[in-house]
Design a protein around this ligand. Structure first.
Ligand SMILES: *Cc1c(COP(=O)(O)O)cnc(C)c1O
Ligand SMILES: [Zn+2]
Length: 336
């Protein structure tokens, strides 16, 4: 007999909730984390084979890094790790349709895994999203809803759709089961490096990495250096100011569309995660993003600008950062 699913705990008021098909945040408006004390099982993933990605050495900013090829995933981004668990949760709670909002890759990953589970999906995106990501999402049978507006407008439209209807909100930003899926990347690191150089938009990779480090008892041994595009860097600003919460910024255009998040809903959780590891948040400008993409391509690795942005963060590393793993999170053809 299977046990109950592990539940949620509100990161604001501490209330606990059992996962169900409709609830995506606490009645107080606070965001969920997984409840570590209540027991219960993880949902069985709906797997298309994500994970077990290879590592190759690369050189960036004159420094040797261990690059983990996270773009070698079913839909060509690391988001598949989270999507397989989140869609597994949707199946476990009896959801009949999914709604997601995304800057592109999360929606694609949800669409693919929903298709595999035979669940209909609606994916809300900004009209400006890279055409290949939209083509990929539509190919999986998802209804793509293009919103003329900011990433925040896209999220608001998805939330309104969830509020009105009967859909499960398959949100990579709000649902901690997504991060739990992402955390498997940390299990695969052998040896664990001194530093993880991670891209940072909404922070699902940062939060997933923290969950994985916790599981390995390694939070004090491996720091997270998170990278934002200087054109849209609200979490870097909050980190530099020593703040506990993130104030929204007016984001400017960046080639790194996957991390262009001006008002990250889980910003406070992300700041706490980076600080828990003794890490920091750094920024990279547009020329550095282009240069890092060129440098990787010259070594045989073709990635999207959002993935290159993370590698560009190598400029901010010091000798103290020791051995570094950097995930290459999205394939280059996604932004062609
Ligand atoms: C989603 C994404 C990111 C950033 O992840 P967040 O969870 O928003 O911090 C980085 N790189 C790629 C390629 C992505 O798709
Ligand atoms: Zn609450």
């Amino acid at each position: 007999m299977s046990r109950a699913l592990r539940g949620y705990r509100c990161s604001r008021c501490g209330a606990t909730w059992a996962p169900d098909a409709r609830r995506w945040r606490c009645d107080c408006g606070g965001g969920f984390v997984l409840d570590d004390e209540g027991g219960g099982d993880a949902p069985a993933p709906v797997s298309l084979g994500a994970g077990s990605t290879p590592e190759v050495p690369v050189v960036a900013a004159g420094r040797r890094l261990r690059a983990k090829l996270e773009f070698l995933a079913p839909t060509l981004s690391f988001k598949d790790r989270g999507a397989e668990v989140l869609v597994g949760l949707a199946v476990a709670v009896g959801a009949e349709r999914l709604v997601a909002d995304s800057s592109g890759n999360a929606g694609t990953a949800i669409a693919a895994h929903a298709a595999h589970a035979d669940l209909p999906a609606e994916v809300f995106v900004a009209a400006s999203t890279s055409a290949p990501k939209l083509a990929q999402t539509e190919a999986h049978g998802a209804a793509v809803v293009r919103i003329d507006g900011t990433r925040e407008d896209v999220a608001a439209a998805a939330v309104e759709r969830v509020r009105q209807g009967d859909a499960f909100y398959a949100s990579h930003v709000h649902n901690p089961w997504f991060w739990e899926g992402v955390s498997t990347m940390i299990d695969e690191l052998d040896p664990l490096p001194d530093t993880l150089l991670l891209p940072l938009g909404n922070g699902t990779l940062v939060l997933g990495a923290l969950a994985g480090l916790r599981r390995r008892g390694a939070v004090g041994r491996c720091r997270i250096v998170a990278v934002q595009a200087s054109a849209c860097a609200p979490i870097a600003a909050a980190f530099a100011a020593g703040a506990d919460d993130v104030a929204p910024v007016v984001g400017h255009a960046t080639a790194a569309e996957g991390i262009a998040i001006a008002a990250p809903p889980r910003g406070a959780n992300v700041l706490a995660a980076v600080r828990a590891t003794g890490g920091r948040v750094v920024t990279v400008d547009e020329p550095a993003i282009v240069a890092a993409g060129d440098e990787l391509a010259a070594q045989g690795l073709y990635v999207e600008p959002t993935a290159a942005a993370c590698v560009a963060g190598a400029h901010a590393l010091t000798d103290d950062d020791g051995e570094v793993v950097v995930p290459l999170c999205g394939a280059g053809l996604k932004s062609a």
